[in-house]
Design a protein around this ligand. Structure first.
Ligand code: NAP
Ligand code: ZN
Ligand code: ZN
Length: 345
């Protein structure tokens, strides 16, 4: 075991402070990664504060990890010391069930192992990327395209794959009328990715201050859903809505913005339930769906796609001492558009 410096929380107060954690020595199939940058996902806040009711303490959040390989096990084939490497939301799964065989490890029927707030196969708690290093099986380690700015790659490991996966699954492409609800960490990646896939993208936001940024990221239209006069234009307009909102919101209102046969996919995960009126689906054969991150193979595909298209996240780089303040700013939708921790800073 190796003692590693980390930043985490001891209780549902969610206040983060320095702490030490233990990392295993790399096994035969493991890579040890010195963490350079880690993104702050809104899920870190939900879990640090036990808003989903499943938190394990002490908790070291962080599942948008990039760094450099510092050691490899004897059977590691795809990574060498000195390589760049990434780790997203998953560090293990059963690898045998139909979901794992299909590359959907996030839906492993025997329970995938999350990068933090999870128990590994030995029953030990996992600790995330707000820390100096991590040891991960190479099967759950991603290769990073060399042409991208590393610190702005970190958010791709969750925000990138969480938006890429539903865009691909629902076959968004040239001519698809897409709306992205919420221009935060997930939303801004959804805009960039959908635009790169050829869709006509609208942003539905509650923050007027984000309009110019939305258009720079590839959106053609921007609507403020707090302004009644803008809502009439949205009725029946979209084939596909990606809802990234972290707080309770009106699913009924957004469903009314879908065309016949349209689909709204929820990726935003507010802790409390929201009502949906069946007629808003029935009248128009509409679908309401959900999507969870993405499997390892698809995460690599997304990183390669971002490499080819020069796509990264818009980030604000901070150090550990600013993490609590960053959490407060995320909660106020004051994020442009992902906080990333400079772990060595
Ligand atoms: P974020 O950066 O905080 O972005 C959320 C955005 O939603 C805000 O910037 C804001 O955008 C909008 N918003 C916030 N409160 C709102 C409200 N009351 N009504 C309408 N819009 C509101 O969060 P994130 O990191 O992108 O994560 C978003 C959600 O996705 C979280 O619940 C997170 O846990 C979840 N998540 C899910 C998955 C998955 O696999 N499904 C993966 C990662 C994260 P505007 O200012 O533009 O309105
Ligand atoms: Zn996340
Ligand atoms: Zn499985």
């Amino acid at each position: 075991m190796k003692t590693v410096h980390a930043y985490g929380t001891a209780s549902a107060s969610g206040l983060l402070a320095p702490m030490d954690i233990q990392r295993r020595e790399p096994g035969d199939h493991d890579v040890e990664i010195e963490i350079l940058y880690c993104g702050i996902c809104h899920s870190d806040i939900h879990q640090a504060r036990n808003e989903w009711g499943n938190s394990i303490y002490p908790m070291v959040p962080g599942h948008e990890i990039v760094g450099r390989v510092t050691a490899t096990g004897s059977k590691v084939r795809n990574f060498a010391v000195g390589d760049l490497a990434g780790v997203g939301c998953l560090v293990d799964s059963c690898r045998n069930c139909p979901q794992c065989a299909a590359g959907d490890e996030q839906f492993c029927e025997n329970g995938s192992v999350g990068t933090y707030n999870s128990l590994d196969k030995q029953g030990q708690p996992t600790y995330g990327g707000y820390s100096g290093s991590i040891v991960v099986d190479e099967s759950f380690t991603l290769r990073i395209p060399g042409n991208l700015d590393l610190k702005a790659v970190a958010p791709l490991l969750c925000a990138g794959i969480t938006t890429y996966s539903p865009l691909r699954y629902w076959k968004v492409g040239k001519g698809t009328m897409v709306a992205v609800v919420g221009l935060g960490g997930l939303g801004h990646m959804g805009v960039k990715l959908a635009a790169a896939m050829g869709a006509e993208v609208s942003v539905l936001s509650t923050s007027d201050s984000k309009e110019a940024d939305a258009k720079r990221m590839g959106a053609t239209h921007f609507f403020n859903t707090k302004k009644e006069d803008q809502l009439a234009q949205l009725r029946g307009r979209f084939d596909f809505i990606l809802n990234t909102v972290s707080a309770p919101n009106s699913y009924d209102m957004y469903l009314s913005f879908l065309r016949t046969n349209g689909t709204m996919v929820l990726v935003g995960a507010p802790p409390t339930p929201s009502a949906v009126t069946g007629f808003n689906l029935i009248l128009g054969r509409k679908s309401l769906a959900g999507s969870l991150i993405g499997g390892i193979r698809e995460t690599q595909e997304m990183l390669d796609f971002c490499g080819e298209h020069g796509i990264t996240s818009d980030i604000e780089l901070i150090n550990f001492s600013q993490v609590n303040e960053a959490y407060e700013r995320v909660l106020k939708s004051d994020v442009k558009y992902r906080f990333v921790i400079d772990v060595k800073g």
